[in-house]
Design a protein around this ligand. Structure first.
Ligand code: IPM
Ligand code: MG
Length: 368
């Protein structure tokens, strides 16, 4: 066995079910260290509401610097009703947004894959979703999430005005589109770009810049443009028409939630947030399940750890080029689902319901 140099993951379990699902990833990391001599190093930190409770801020500088230095961040989830009263700039979600923005993680990859074992868990008809394999590439550091001016201010008549600004520049659009085209080349070679070019100038610019990049560098990839509202409808009508969808921050937030439910459960879907390559070809990255902190089931030991486990597999694939190890994990998940193991979110009649820990253990028992 070849010894690989120490590589550090920063685990940010966060709030709600975050610590439970990240706990299962920790077990998997230990398994790889023990059985494959991979020497992964783990560091841990507080982010989100737990950090606010302890330090009065959703993420401390210390944790942020750890994020800058590690190979990849694995995040559980942040937020919950407990922090509803907290001032906007200190809300748990700000930790996530700060990490995305300041690590410059502009490309968010959100796969929506329908596992064949779970076709019946979707609310859509089996023939609509079976074999579904979509990749949503969401722009993550621009658009209305970050545009200035923003705020809430009093206006003349005693009313208040809420302001957010939607902006995009050529380079912001093109760098995320490039990620989408490159991914499509390794898949079914088809990109659908979504915006509202019929209403918003920033949407029109989006369409034009994606088209220009395509004509210059990616002529061999099929490109379609679709209005985002139509895309929402088409995702329900005929989701298998899509291969890679590239879209802005806000539409990507909504369309990826919608796409995830085609697959039956939010509890299964991982995501990767990637930055630009640096000089040594390394990419800053954060990996997290698509689901949130699910406060209603937190602490009960019933959350599905698969989305987080698959997020770790994405980390191995995209940050460390460990494709074989990523395949190992993904195959183990398939095996466990084949065996009929189900957490509550994907429970089926006559199938045993297992806890978060049992699901994690089962995946580990299938690792080769
Ligand atoms: C997501 C979440 C976040 C977002 C929240 C928690 C800030 O919904 O990752 O999709 O809106 O981006
Ligand atoms: Mg969301």
């Amino acid at each position: 066995m070849i010894k690989v140099k120490k590589r550090k993951f920063l685990l940010l379990p966060g709030d709600g079910i975050g610590p439970e699902v990240v706990g299962e990833v920790k077990k998997i990391i230990h398994w790889f260290n023990k059985n494959k001599s991979l020497d992964f190093e783990i560091d841990e930190g507080l982010a989100g509401g737990v950090s606010y409770d302890k330090h009065g801020t959703p993420i401390t500088d210390e944790v942020f610097y750890k994020a800058l230095e590690c190979e990849a961040v694995i995040l559980g989830a942040v937020g919950g009703p407990k922090w509803d009263h907290v001032e906007f700039s200190k809300k748990p979600e700000r930790a996530l947004l700060k990490l995305r923005k300041e690590l410059k993680l502009f490309a968010n990859l959100r796969p929506a894959i329908c596992f064949k074992q779970l076709v019946d868990a979707s609310t859509l008809k089996p023939e609509i979703v079976s074999g579904l394999d979509i990749m949503i590439v969401r722009e993550l550091t621009g658009g209305i999430y970050f545009g200035e001016p923003r705020g809430i201010k009093p206006i003349d008549n005693g009313e208040r005005k809420g302001i957010n600004t939607h902006t995009y520049t050529t380079s912001e659009i093109q760098r995320v589109s490039r990620v989408a085209f490159d991914l499509a080349k390794k898949r079914k070679n088809k990109v659908t770009s979504c915006e509202k070019s019929n209403v918003m100038e920033a949407g029109l610019l989006w369409r034009e810049e994606v088209q220009q990049l395509h004509d210059k560098e990616y002529k061999d990839v099929e490109l379609n443009h679709m209005l985002a509202d139509n895309c929402a409808m088409q995702l329900l009508r005929n989701p298998k028409q899509f291969d890679v969808i590239v879209t802005d921050n806000l539409f990507g937030d909504m369309l990826s939630d919608q796409a995830s439910m085609l697959t039956g459960s939010l509890g299964l879907l991982p995501s990767a947030s990637l930055g630009a390559k640096n000089k040594d070809g390394k990419v800053r990255a954060m990996y997290e399940p698509i689901h949130g902190s699910a406060p209603d089931i937190a602490g009960k030991g019933i959350a599905n750890p698969i989305a987080t486990i698959l997020s770790f597999a994405m980390a191995l694939r995209y940050s460390l080029d460990l494709d074989k190890e990523a395949d190992n994990i993904e195959n183990a998940v398939q095996d466990v689902l084949n065996d009929g193991l189900r957490t509550k979110d994907i429970a089926e009649k006559d199938k045993k319901e297992v806890s978060t820990k049992e699901m994690g253990d089962a995946v580990i028992s299938k690792l080769k």
